[in-house]
Design a binder for this molecule. Structure first.
Ligand code: OSB
Ligand code: MG
Length: 382
């Protein structure tokens, strides 16, 4: 397998309902689609799902574009191998920039499985034919509006609801939702918004009484010790998201007891090979995992469905139907959830047709490695 051409498309889609987290509010999402083509003309697609701004992590759409065009494209064009991991190895010496790498990883995994005529889920070692999906709800202007959102998603059939929390929007909204839905599989995600102080300790002690499935990423990403101390005090499972970027972080989490659940995001961990390895390490340690989302368009969403079919994904993943976020999608058919379940496609690759013409037409920025004006690659020294 040899990639002979790479195209990148920056594409913005409006959100149907704006989404607020502890850091900011957004009404649209811009991601970068990656198309790779091999010598036979077969294509594979991936999605760089970096947020536009450096609030979830350090990357932005602009840094991802820069790293992709200057480093990842030239590395990939020189790589060769049948296993996608061999192509991923071509950019291994680029440090960080996991979202950018994950988009390229998705594209080569999609290409490799299409070449073999098998589904991405099968190529990854997936064992389920459907996955359970949960929804993630942002911070709302009022508790009534939050309750209306929960009701909407319950009516759509989703069995698990995650609420974004932040200082000032935590115990009260959680109690209101718990009061209205005593049996709901409910969890909260702070995106690292709390300082490790007495005030936070009081908040988490109160949330510990609300029968939550987990409390996700209460503290800053690098502070594994604070998470371990909190986990030791709570009955509720602590889940790590931003803290675990590589397998070393995961080993630290396990050694310290910094959480009992892991959110695996392909984007945060830099690709499918490492995400799958994290799944294996967590499974050996008895840690259940689920697949987190980054408001992916269809390409990234379908790949998350494939990953969620691995056996250690024991909790509902953030792979809600495309219609929760977007009017229309860039794949056909779109990802759909019926009664909170998404069928794992069996067709080659991500198992959906990618609407390449639509992507090319609507893109605000395009890069083509075959175009005469393609920027000079930086990655030359060995
Ligand atoms: O922490 O899971 C998160 C969106 C942007 C940044 C961080 C997160 C999220 C989500 C989105 O919760 C969930 C989804 O894609 O369905
Ligand atoms: Mg999270």
């Amino acid at each position: 397998m040899r990639v002979v051409r790479v195209r990148l498309f920056a594409l913005r889609q409006p959100l149907r309902h704006s989404f607020e987290t502890s850091s900011h509010r957004k009404s649209g999402i811009e991601h970068v689609l990656v198309e790779v083509t091999d010598a036979d003309g077969q294509t594979g697609w991936g999605e760089i799902a970096s947020p536009s701004d450096p609030f979830y992590g350090a990357e932005t759409t602009v840094t991802a574009w820069e790293i992709a065009t200057r480093y990842l494209v030239p590395a990939l064009l020189r790589a060769e191998g049948e296993d996608p991991a061999e192509l991923e190895a071509s950019w291994a010496r680029v440090r960080g920039h996991e979202f950018a790498k994950a988009g390229f990883s998705g594209a080569v995994w999609d290409l490799a499985s299409r070449r073999r005529g098998i589904a991405l889920a099968a190529a990854l070692g997936g064992t389920r034919d459907e996955v359970v999906a949960g929804v993630s709800l942002g911070i709302e202007p009022s508790i009534d509006e939050l309750l209306a959102q929960v009701e909407l998603q319950r009516a759509a059939g989703y069995p698990r609801v995650k609420l974004k929390i932040a200082p000032g929007w935590d115990v009260e909204p959680v109690r209101a939702v718990r009061g209205a839905y005593p049996d709901l599989d409910l969890h909260v995600d702070a995106n690292g918004a709390y300082a490790d102080d007495e005030r936070a300790a009081a908040v988490f002690a109160r949330l510990d009484r609300e029968a939550l499935t987990m409390i996700e990423q209460p503290f800053a990403p690098r502070d594994l010790v604070a998470h371990a101390d909190l986990q030791a005090r709570l009955d509720t499972d602590v889940c790590l998201d931003e803290s675990v970027v590589d397998l070393g972080d995961l080993r630290t989490m396990i050694r310290l007891g910094a959480g009992r659940v892991l959110n695996i995001k392909v984007s945060r961990m830099g690709g499918f090979t490492v995400a799958r390895a994290a799944h294996d390490v967590a499974r050996d340690a008895g840690i259940p995992v689920w697949c987190g989302g980054m408001h992916e368009f269809g390409v990234g969403r379908a790949a998350n469905v494939a990953l969620s079919s691995l056996p250690g994904f024991l909790l509902p993943s953030d792979v809600s139907g495309s219609d929760k976020y977007y009017e229309s999608d860039i794949i056909a058919p779109p990802v759909t959830a019926v009664a909170g379940r998404v069928t794992v496609p069996t067709g080659p690759g991500i198992g959906h047709e990618v609407l390449a013409e639509r992507i090319a037409r609507d893109a605000s920025r395009v890069f083509d490695s075959s175009a005469a004006e393609a920027p000079e690659a930086v990655l030359t020294a060995g």
